[in-house]
Design a protein around this ligand. Structure first.
Ligand code: ADP
Ligand code: MG
Length: 747
């Protein structure tokens, strides 16, 4: 029996999915797997776990598990469901990569898809769970795809063993056939239940012209117009990344300043406090950390998040968006008009949950709500009261060149399906309008659907995980959308060269060899590597880390390499002369510190990795304080993440080899000369195929066979130019730059 508050009960009854409860639960009772598709906002994520709970699926010890491709959704949906059910977070809990509140009593568990995949490695039959719900399946995140493939086998196995289990795949109303019509996945197609949502008409307005690059400016002007001229109703704006979100928020706040009244004290108190602290900060003359969306590092494949691809954010201090409002803005097109206040809120994946929760609360009386969001608002979160949608038509994605391995982040057009999802956000409570900042001709050229993520990225980590699950013939795996065989082959190749898979035989006919190459069994080293929550290259480094007491250093280097950009960016354009002077000063300090951290003597050869090691060492020595980071050009949030990851990797190493006896040392001495040599060898073992050799440029020389890559001026090895280097990855910005460079000893 669930004891819900009356107002919650009332709100639930308005959700379209409530009318389908019987139908859904009957299908779940009768079938192993059910597909549920319904418009965003119809109540799938919040209600289905409750239906299952009330039908007793959590009453005989089993857990109701729900996977989400995004951390935001896992956290906020667990909070929401706990609130609706009037149950504590120890019962309706969440688990994401680094944190969670799961207890012995947990009955409903929201988690990212990566978390459940790891659990399958520990217990293939997932015996803890009575039901698994794969939510947002239409997003086609890699882990979601793999989970569906695995669960299509696990569920029948469980039922055969007399340990019944159910699978529910939930999706927006998009291409459900990828799951149902895929005979390799489900021999008999699972039933599809469609939830019809009351959707009001949305009038779509196309721009006559399509702005080439300044779509944020166009978005700003459109919002101003809507706000000045159109009847009440919330505005939801889709942009591509955090930096854009903050910049548009800042301009809007300036144009339509919103001053909280005394009467709305409860909801506004925090705003007031923020403003106060903002003023205090201004006095102290501190500048704010900002986001550099052009610099990244490879992350281990992790829970899906569009901000995962866009660099870790800077919302460490909760008022950051407000504070950003202080930066002088060169744009004078709108005069501040406090007579029509606009309540502006940012929304993106890694925004702190308290900040995100604000979008669900009604705006203060007399002010119009305007949410400036990234793609998260497309399907994961539903914001009440939206009547106008402004869609820039773009999304930020990581692109990966299969041939060169170069990654870059690009803003590209969305698909028609995405555009329609976005438009649909406007018609939830009454008829709405969608303003597309592009022409109908451009829309006509959009692809119909977005590609599944698995077809767009390397899969070495997935192949290793699957081999560890004893799936030897990864080519035969029932992927909802299979990756190309070329990508699978290069993943197996990398894993063979890392020693994680056995070498295939070199005899026999070509075709046989080809086939053997795609079904190499995992080695004991591969098993150890699979136990580490990082990509195979880094796992290899950890596996070798015990030599000469290098483990604590390797753990630290790997942790730092897998966290995106640990340094502040001082090259961004400054808003004023004063700010630019301040930034120049900070930059000088940061350059000086980097030189210091790069060490001297042998250490220098470790290059950028020594800088990482030195920076983390110094920061931890100082107690990893916000102040230390601020003074030395480090990103506080990144340092905290490194700290967590060091702890996690240390535990993993101790678990894999019980006699390793490593611990997290916050007073780490610098590595000795022989340790530095050893560290370089270990790094080379993981990055052996990422080697570059110095070439001489001569104006008359014959052209190079390959495009050259460069050592970035900010690299510790920029001046030294060793003959051979290994690099973590190549990012293409203005040039092809190597990141994370370390000198290789030439024999
Ligand atoms: P779906 O999964 O079908 O997209 P949800 O279950 O996420 O739908 O949301 C159903 C409704 O619950 C939404 O219309 C939204 O308004 C409301 N809702 C969801 N989360 C919250 C929240 N944190 N606070 C208030 N209302 C919420
Ligand atoms: Mg949902």
């Amino acid at each position: 029996p669930v004891d819900r508050l009356p107002e919650i009960q009332e709100a639930r009854l308005r959700l379209p999915i409530l009318a389908e409860e019987q139908v859904i639960m009957e299908a779940v009772r009768e079938k192993e797997c059910v597909v549920l598709s319904g418009e965003t906002g119809s109540g799938k994520t919040t209600q289905v776990p409750q239906f299952l709970y009330e039908a007793g699926y959590a009453s005989s010890g089993g857990i109701i598990g729900v996977t989400e491709p995004r951390r935001v959704a896992a956290i906020s949906m667990s909070h929401r469901v706990a609130t609706e059910m009037n149950l504590p977070s120890g019962v309706v809990s969440y688990q994401i990569r680094y944190e969670g509140n799961v207890t012995e009593n947990t009955k409903i568990k929201f988690m990212t898809d990566g978390v459940l995949l790891k659990e399958i490695q520990k217990d293939f039959l997932l015996q803890k769970y009575s039901v698994v719900i794969i939510d947002e399946a239409h997003e086609r995140s890699v882990y979601t795809d793999i989970l569906i493939g695995l669960l299509s086998r696990i569920v029948p196995l469980r039922n055969k063993k007399g340990l019944p289990m159910k699978l529910i795949i939930m999706s927006a109303t998009l291409r459900v056939e990828d799951f149902t019509e895929n005979k390799r996945l489900f021999r008999t197609p699972p039933p599809v239940i469609k939830v019809e949502a009351r959707q009001f008409a949305v009038t779509v307005h196309f721009n006559k012209r399509t702005p080439v690059d300044n779509y944020t400016g166009e978005a700003f002007r459109k919002i101003c117009k809507i706000h000045r001229m159109l009847p009440p109703g919330g505005i939801l704006v889709f942009l591509t990344g955090q930096a854009e979100v903050h910049s548009v928020c800042r301009r809007l706040r300036k144009a339509f300043p919103y001053r909280p009244h005394r009467e709305h004290k409860d909801s506004m108190e925090t705003e007031e406090d923020l403003k106060k602290s903002k003023r205090a900060k201004k006095k102290k003359n501190m500048s704010l950390p900002r986001i550099n969306l052009d610099s990244y590092s490879a992350l281990p494949v992790d829970e899906g998040d569009e901000d995962r691809q866009a660099g870790i954010d800077d919302n460490d201090n909760e008022g950051s968006d407000l504070e950003l409002g202080d930066h002088p803005d060169s744009d004078h097109e709108e005069k501040a008009d406090p007579s029509i206040p606009l309540y502006v809120l940012p929304l993106y994946s890694l925004l702190a949950p308290e900040q995100q929760a604000k979008v669900f609360r009604p705006p203060p009386a007399g002010a119009r709500l305007c949410v400036v969001a990234t793609n998260v608002a497309e399907t994961s979160l539903t914001i009440p009261g939206i009547k106008y949608v402004v869609d820039c038509g773009r999304v930020k994605k990581r692109f990966y060149d299969r041939v060169t391995g170069v990654s870059s982040f690009k803003v590209t057009w969305i698909s028609q399906a995405s555009a329609n999802q976005r438009a649909g956000r406007a018609g939830r409570t009454e008829p709405g309008h969608c303003y597309r900042l592009y022409s109908s001709a451009v829309f006509g050229d959009f692809s119909l659907f977005s590609e599944a993520e698995i077809t767009r990225r390397p899969v070495d980590d997935l192949v290793l995980q699957m081999k560890d699950l004893n799936i030897e013939k990864v080519v035969n795996f029932p992927f909802p959308t299979p990756p190309s065989s070329e990508v699978l082959i290069s993943a197996e190749q990398l894993l063979i060269s890392l020693g994680a898979l056995e070498e295939p035989p070199r005899r026999g006919r070509l075709a046989e060899m080809e086939r053997a190459r795609l079904s190499c069994p995992i080695t004991p080293l591969g098993r150890a590597m699979a136990a580490f929550p990082v990509a195979p290259r880094y796992a290899k480094m950890l596996a070798l880390g015990r030599q000469q007491g290098c483990m604590p250093y390797i753990i630290t280097i790997v942790a730092a390499m897998t966290v995106r950009e640990i340094f502040e960016d001082y090259d961004r354009p400054a808003g004023s002369e004063e700010e630019s002077t301040k930034m120049a000063g900070k930059k000088a300090r940061c350059v000086q510190m980097r030189r210091l951290w790069a060490g001297h003597g042998q250490s220098v050869q470790l290059g950028d990795l020594m800088v990482l090691l030195g920076a983390v060492g110094a920061c931890e020595f100082a107690g990893c304080t916000h102040q230390f980071c601020e003074e030395n050009g480090l990103r506080y949030k990144a340092m905290l993440e490194i700290r967590r990851l060091r702890g996690q990797l240390t535990n993993a190493v101790n678990a894999v080899c019980s006699d390793a006896g490593v611990y997290v040392d916050n007073k780490m001495a610098p590595p000795t000369a022989s340790q530095v040599l050893c560290l370089r060898q270990i790094v080379l073992a993981g990055l052996g195929d990422h080697i570059a050799r110095r070439v001489q440029f001569a104006s008359d020389s014959t052209p190079l066979l390959d495009d050259p890559v460069f050592i970035h001026p900010s690299s510790a090895l920029h001046k030294m130019l060793p003959e051979f280097v290994v690099y973590q990855e190549i990012m293409e910005t203005t040039k092809m730059y190597m990141r994370g460079v370390c000198a290789v000893q030439a024999e």
